[in-house]
Design a protein around this ligand. Sequence first.
Ligand code: FAD
Ligand code: SF4
Length: 317
Amino acid sequence: MRSFTYTRATTPSEAAAEVAGMPGAMFLAGGTNLLDLMKLEIETPTHLVDVQDLKLDRIEKTDDGGLRIGALVSNTALSADERVRRDYGVLTRAIQAGASGQLRNKATTAGNLLQRTRCPYFYDTNQPCNKRKPGSGCAAIGGYSRQLAVIGTSDACIATYPGDMGVAMRVLDATVETVNPQGRTRAIPIADFHRLPGDAPDRDNVLARGELITAVTLPRPIGGHHVYRKVRDRASYAFALVSVAAVIQKDGSGRVAFGGVAPKPWRIEAAEAAMPQGAKAVATQVFADAKPTHDSAFKVPLAMRTLASAISEAKAA
Ligand SMILES: Cc1cc2nc3c(=O)[nH]c(=O)nc-3n(C[C@H](O)[C@H](O)[C@H](O)COP(=O)(O)OP(=O)(O)OC[C@H]3O[C@@H](n4cnc5c(N)ncnc54)[C@H](O)[C@@H]3O)c2cc1C
Ligand code: SF4
């Protein structure tokens, strides 16, 4: 690991200004992703601004009947919150499908949204990777790509967004709240938060340098039956090959987002009109533009079957 300096910020705008003002500085939250990447010298910050004293660890009701989740709320606390379990069950289920109990105790809401890809070549510093080293090439294209994305990819990168929590937040229409180094705040719909790779796969999201996530808000509850299905190579402690977050109403209408298939939580709202016709009708539209590799082609029918399973679970409830 390269040497770095370390400070603990006490206010959000101080943290934002400190990262913006020092080239190579980064925020540190639970550290469960960033420290691993530093040990492998994939991330090489010169300075860490620890945000754990910022008092952003509360879950509060919003005026419109939704919830405001502080950026530092741990994955464990969020998934166990009584209001989340009751009204946003898909979020509890998605979080609990991820990582392990110990990791979820440390992992934060903001850090989880910002976790980096698990593409094996991103982790192998002997291989070209446009996300790790812009312009170096992409070893996954033409390489081993079974775990990688089937839609939303580019000629520069075919990596997936690996998280579970963000897929549930996408189906719930969450909003990411931030503050920038000048103290200005903004609210970013989660649909617009993660970026597709295009020709700049090193940029995973739309945050500006020094922009700090302060909270994620959920709109008022939408009812329905909440399902999170995660298909992976082993039953725990593994990232999704395909996951489905679904909220399905009694009349068969509903919302659905997919994980493990794209560079961001993948939801095509227009396809949801086909929910009453079943999984095949929805998946055909969601994956109409899919460009899987030979290795990852299995993900398209797997996503359809996983959605079918989620729909039948909801109907049986
Ligand atoms: C073995 C293992 C298995 C895992 N399995 C899963 C899984 O199955 N599903 C899943 O979803 N996840 C999984 N994870 C990932 C885990 O959920 C993430 O590591 C965790 O959520 C990151 O949160 P953190 O607070 O530790 O972030 P950190 O590691 O502290 O930070 C991550 C990134 O976010 C930035 N950051 C942190 N807070 C802020 C903020 N407030 N504003 C702006 N930037 C910020 C940091 O600078 C860094 O770039 C796994 C991790 C491990 C190590
Ligand atoms: S798919 Fe993306 S992350 Fe993986 S090697 Fe290619 S550029 Fe890097």
